[in-house]
Design a protein around this ligand. Sequence first.
Ligand SMILES: NC(=O)c1ccc[n+]([C@@H]2O[C@H](COP(=O)([O-])OP(=O)(O)OC[C@H]3O[C@@H](n4cnc5c(N)ncnc54)[C@H](OP(=O)(O)O)[C@@H]3O)[C@@H](O)[C@H]2O)c1
Length: 306
Amino acid sequence: MERERAVKYRRLGRTDLKVSVVGVGTWQFGGDWGKDFAQDEVDAMLARARELGINLIDTSACYGPDHLSEALIGKFLEGQRREDWIIATKFGHVRGWKPDEVRRTIEDSLRALRTDYLDILQFHSGSDEDFDTEGLWEMLQRQVEAGKLRHLGTSIGYNDNLYETAKSMEVGVSVIQVVYNRLDRKPEERVFPSCQEQDLGVLARVPLASGFLSGKYGPDATFPDNDVRSGRDRERIRSTVEQVQKIKEAEVPDGMEMAQWALAWCLTHPAVTCVIPGCKSVQQVESNAGAADLDRVPDDHKQAWE
Ligand SMILES: NC(=O)c1ccc[n+]([C@@H]2O[C@H](COP(=O)([O-])OP(=O)(O)OC[C@H]3O[C@@H](n4cnc5c(N)ncnc54)[C@H](OP(=O)(O)O)[C@@H]3O)[C@@H](O)[C@H]2O)c1
């Protein structure tokens, strides 16, 4: 059996949070990734994450019907020390962006997560117009002052959204979530420099390019109807798999699991604080946690860990 190691931690931008460099993405718990999750499966995955030192869970009010992903996490959290976890959730897709509706979404998320505060509440990939909804950020600031929210974040929809990123400090946002992976480096151009300038925490989402950067899919991969990837056209899948194969041959050291390499690759950019791979099993949680294992990251990929 592989030697057990704990993940590393970093300061999340200008917040007072120390996050594990690998978190757990939980869109999957909502049932959109070809599989429904029972409570005991979620408990086992999150308990294993905890053992490995992972302390960040990313979810959303809209993952699954009736806050399903949040509710599964909430039931798990009941048996936990709340302060051991950093819970990041999102608003916007369930009730929209108007301040009163967002306030109700927050109450529903708190209920589902069985907690009285959220560590990070993120604007969930709305348009720039949604971002500028009158009174939205003022209302959120009041929730921070009331102790219901610790920090505000923005999960930008397209990964070159400089408008929302650049406004972070103005509206009180200290965390940006953005698509970033070896196949999609767009944030390096404008979004990451803005994050670094404002000292924002960066959560890299879709770090495995929806699973393709694990290298396990061939050009004829198909997905069940209840999997978000089922709608992808064949050409897009073929071209993605082709790129992944080239990267595997040229860049992934022999003997290294490609999924771990792909996560470690994201973490080498100095703007990135944490990766939040979506997980479907204990085995994936273990593999992903292993990405923080310094000894397995090639020298030229190392950077200072706290
Ligand atoms: N707008 C937003 O704010 C937004 C949008 C998207 C995602 N997110 C967040 O970001 C998280 C991550 O993004 P994502 O889930 O879309 O994409 P991802 O992390 O790139 O890919 C997740 C998929 O990769 C596969 N996988 C995970 N670990 C693996 C491993 N070690 N080895 C092999 N395969 C592995 C699993 O699917 P299979 O095993 O079925 O291949 C899993 O469902 C989400 O869970 C969610 O929390 C937020």
